[in-house]
Design a binder for this molecule. Structure first.
Ligand code: MN
Ligand code: MN
Length: 466
């Protein structure tokens, strides 16, 4: 008798143990439906939006439908206002002015990026060789170059013509569009290639995209190149010189697809970081709150957040200043009270490549959006290490909302590492912590996520902004 009592008392202590939960296992039938519904809208978004410009355009369109209007520096503001600010068509900031005093409560900010690894087209890109016409590329972001061979590619971007007019290009994603292609060596002749290092399978200068193969019969020379230029001129009025003022890129011409018999997962291009930017933007659209909230969708994260469209640009600090100025509050005080989620994807534990992960501190698939207290590499170098106080604050918000989420770091100590925009926001004296969707095969042309984690990201952003 005494012994059984002792046993059941001891059992209570198992509550002291922290365990991750699989969101699918915890979700009600109704919530499972919501998870799947959200995934459908997300797939449509990433199929339509494969560059930062396309994401920016679509995000603004959706914001306008929800009553957002454009904000310019110097505009007046009042509580209840829903506004957006566009940065050079490559980034957008949404904000809602709340009713709570800003100097005491600060802002709730979510930042995510909308650029993704890809192959940028060079400024003098077109050439012909032995029956083919090619575009030369310069890759953007950290890619494994060999993954971009022998897959269908589409071309996206803008060309600014001599007269200043802007031509939008988007070709290769519709069912009846042509696609573009980078070749690989046949295995029969690939013995030396396969014996080398994976980084040498193909060089950056070999990432040349095939764009044609039909000669213009009466042209004097470079008949295939001239035929391609003729096609471009007939269709878009583009000349070879116009590529100088273009921003074109080759991206995978693939649609997002459900993966698995149970459709639990989604494969797609650009989950990094659209699986965070899309939920973040939906969260600010949907949230009912009294806080002043902000969602920043930013460019250039993949190459270090540089330039005037990356988060390092002063404009993002200026927007906070401008809002504070319009509301007659002290911006420095507001920033000191603000808190930010840096919404960026993280490495998902891959059982097929288990050796690079320390499982206890890895993001597990379908266990929810994953908080990274720090990122960086080699002794946390380059990381914005969120304080225990900040983590506690955010943790409380998540737990009160009942959302399934988890925490992890990027991989085993000293195996590698990475960074996010968190440290640049933190520099503005804003408490910042990373959270994002765990991704398998990150930075590949076709990345994999869980629908449950995608929906969890929406729920955590919603809980945070509230
Ligand atoms: Mn990212
Ligand atoms: Mn990335």
């Amino acid at each position: 008798m005494e012994k059984t009592k002792k046993m059941s008392e001891d059992k209570k202590y198992s509550n002291l143990v922290y365990n991750k939960a699989n969101y699918y296992e915890k979700a009600s039938e109704k919530e499972k439906e919501q998870i799947f519904e959200f995934a459908e809208k997300y797939k449509t978004f990433i199929d339509e939006c494969k560059t930062e410009r396309e994401c920016c355009r679509e995000a603004i369109k959706q914001a306008k439908e929800r009553g957002y209007s454009e904000f310019h520096f110097g505009d007046k503001l009042k509580s209840g206002d829903k506004r957006y600010f566009v940065n050079r068509d490559k980034g957008v900031v949404f904000f809602k002015v709340g009713t709570l005093p800003l100097e005491e409560n600060g802002m709730r900010i979510v930042v995510a990026h909308i650029d993704a690894p890809r192959l940028d087209i060079k400024q003098i890109p077109v050439y012909e060789s032995d029956g083919f016409c090619y575009l030369k590329t310069h890759y953007y972001g950290g890619i494994k170059k060999y993954q971009w061979l022998t897959i269908p590619l589409s071309l996206h971007g803008v060309v600014i013509l001599k007269d200043g007019s802007k031509v939008n290009i988007k070709i290769g994603d519709k069912e009846d569009d042509p696609v573009f292609y980078i070749s690989d060596l046949l295995p029969h002749l690939g013995r030396n290639q396969m014996a080398g290092k994976a980084t040498d399978i193909i060089s950056g200068e070999q990432l040349n995209v095939i764009i044609g193969g039909m000669p213009l019969i009466n042209a004097e020379k470079d008949k295939i190149k001239i035929n391609v230029l003729k096609t471009l001129y007939d269709k878009y009025k583009i000349t070879e010189e116009d590529f100088i003022s273009s921003e074109l890129c080759a991206v995978p011409a693939v649609r997002a697809r459900d993966v698995g018999f149970d459709r639990a997962l989604i494969a797609g291009y650009g989950h990094d970081d659209r699986s965070c930017s899309y939920p973040s933007m939906q969260a600010i659209f949907d949230v009912q709150n009294e806080n002043t909230s902000m969602c920043i969708l930013v460019d250039k994260e993949e190459i270090g957040s540089e330039g005037n469209t990356g988060i390092k640009c002063k404009v993002y600090e200026d927007i906070i200043d401008e809002i504070c100025f319009a509301l007659k509050v002290n911006s420095r005080q507001v920033r000191g009270k603000s808190i930010c989620l840096s919404a960026d994807v993280t490495a998902c534990y891959d059982p097929n490549f288990a050796s690079v992960y320390e499982k206890k501190n890895s993001a597990i698939i379908s266990c929810g959006a994953c908080m990274n207290k720090f990122t960086g590499s080699g002794g946390k170098s380059g990381s914005s290490d969120a304080s225990a106080e900040t983590v506690a604050k955010v943790r409380k918000l998540f737990d009160e909302s009942g959302v399934v989420w988890q925490t992890a770091e990027l991989g085993k100590v000293d195996i590698g590492g990475g960074g996010t925009v968190a440290k640049f926001i933190a520099q503005l004296n804003i408490d910042t912590v990373d959270i994002g969707v765990p991704v398998i095969s990150m930075h590949s042309p076709y990345e994999l996520i869980s629908k449950a984690d995608l929906y969890s990201m929406y729920k955590v952003a919603l809980a945070f902004l509230k």
